[in-house]
Design a protein around this ligand. Structure first.
Ligand code: HEC
Ligand code: HEC
Length: 389
């Protein structure tokens, strides 16, 4: 006999099948309930919430399946963990002086970045790099501009403890959260604890990472075009797509389908912000890999929602996509003599109308339909950064 849908919801993520076999858990708007483990004879299945991804049912060179989400063993995208992660992401209680949340540097109003050349952390401190977007970071094999974290779980622990970002001690954060009954209750429910036993630093990171795995952008005008709706792109954006895939610009070879990103680190020679006649001295991947061949290499970032995440590059040097186009057209860091410049970075001719078309194409990659709701309040009672205006 099947349990009633109401009872199923209260049983955490242990889903119960409906008459058509689909799981009956209640997912946040836009997400689908799917079986992580199918039930046997209608019993024992585990369900979770996932962002829908475009079906790949034909091969026209533009549709490519998204890779599996990067998630550690034991992760579960249950509604309870997603909701807890959402509250933690917007809660300044995560920082040492209760002043700043993840959303202060990754805000939905700024494409889950912050609109700054260099992010500003606790006590007004300037961080060393520009904040990348969280959109589709769940597909990254490695996190950060230099890939120094592998999972979102591991990544989330970084900014919380970083003295220039949130400057918080894990043990202090755990004891603060244990004093907030709503958090105690939600951690225990989401992770199966008792009397606050589930309030741990690992679970804080796990809940935030679970929430981030729902911040997925995959149904832009480009995606409709790729699926066969030719009217989804303007003639200008269509020409931009052609240019983007051309052997002269070679954009496509690095910013590849379907995420317009790549799991590799490349040297393109971004200039120094203070003296643009020199290349930026940030070693990037080189400092992590200890391989001098990677000096000045950075992760190839996603271009999805790129319209929303100015300024651009790891140092935020470009404030518009037009400036980015000018940089590439003149051969990237070619004239700056950056060592080991990638051989795909070469000068190309770019008329004003080609430039506008490439920018129109990049803007066709905007899709914020799965933007989560910003909580009106968080369990700590601290003020939520509701808007970034
Ligand atoms: C003070 C601003 C600031 C705060 C607060 C902050 N971040 Fe970041 N975040 C950054 C910057 C800057 C980077 C890039 C750092 C680097 O690459 O070295 C980054 C990188 C990331 C990335 C990697 C994305 C990618 O594509 O590589 C993720 C994910 C992320 N942050 C999530 C979070 C979460 C979750 C929190 C809260 C626990 C948080 N951030 C708090 C500024 C911030
Ligand atoms: C050799 C690989 C490569 C090629 C080819 C390439 N890119 Fe990039 N792109 C990168 C890397 C690496 C970065 C990040 C560099 C940094 O921050 O220092 C980047 C950054 C960007 C950014 C800024 C992203 C952000 O979030 O700040 C945009 C926009 C962009 N590229 C568009 C293009 C376009 C358009 C083309 C073709 C004209 C192109 N790229 C060709 C590797 C490449």
């Amino acid at each position: 006999m099947r349990l009633s849908a109401g009872l199923c919801i209260s049983l955490m993520a242990i889903g119960c099948g409906s008459s058509d076999g689909s799981p009956q858990i209640q997912c946040p708007k836009g997400l689908r309930a799917v079986w992580l483990t199918e039930p046997v004879d209608g019993k024992g299945g585990v369900a979770e919430c996932q962002a829908p991804l475009p079906p790949v049912d034909m091969d026209n060179g533009l549709l490519k399946p998204f890779p599996a989400l990067n998630r550690p063993a034991g992760s579960l995208n249950s509604p309870e963990r997603i909701e807890l992660g959402r509250l933690l992401f917007f809660d300044p209680v995560l920082s040492g002086d209760n002043s700043i949340s993840c959303a202060h540097c990754h805000h939905p109003d700024r494409g889950f970045a912050d609109g700054l050349d260099f992010s500003v952390g606790i006590r007004g401190q300037r961080t060393g790099r520009s904040a990348p977007t969280v959109w589709n970071s769940a597909f990254n094999k490695e996190q950060f501009w230099d890939g120094r974290a592998t999972t979102l779980e591991e990544q989330a622990k970084g900014p919380i403890q970083s003295p220039v970002e949130m400057d918080q001690k894990p043990a202090e954060l755990v004891s603060e959260l244990k004093k907030i009954p709503a958090y105690v209750e939600q951690f225990d429910r989401a992770f199966g604890g008792q009397g606050g036993s589930a309030v741990t630093f690992d679970n804080i990171a796990a809940a935030i990472a679970t929430f981030e795995r729902t911040i997925i952008s995959a149904s832009s005008a480009f995606d409709r075009f790729a699926a066969g709706d030719t009217s989804a792109l303007s003639p200008s954006a269509r020409n931009g797509l052609k240019l983007f895939r051309s052997v002269s610009t070679r954009c496509f070879e690095c910013h590849g389908l379907p995420n317009f990103a790549n799991q590799d680190y490349k040297i393109i020679g971004v200039p120094n912000v203070k003296d643009p006649t020199k290349y930026d001295a940030d070693l990037g991947r080189g400092a992590i890999s200890m391989d001098a061949g990677y000096n000045f290499a950075f992760k190839i970032p996603t271009l999805r929602n790129i319209e929303k995440t100015a300024p651009y590059m790891h140092n935020g040097i470009y404030h518009t996509l037009e400036e980015v186009m000018d940089f590439y057209a003149k051969g990237g860091g070619h004239d700056l003599m950056v060592p080991n410049l990638d051989d795909k970075i070469r000068k190309f001719d770019l008329s004003m109308s080609d430039r506008a078309d490439l920018v129109a194409f990049m803007k066709s990659l905007t899709d914020e339909s799965l933007t989560p709701e910003i909580p009106a309040q968080v369990p700590s009672g601290l003020p939520v950064l509701r808007s970034f205006k």
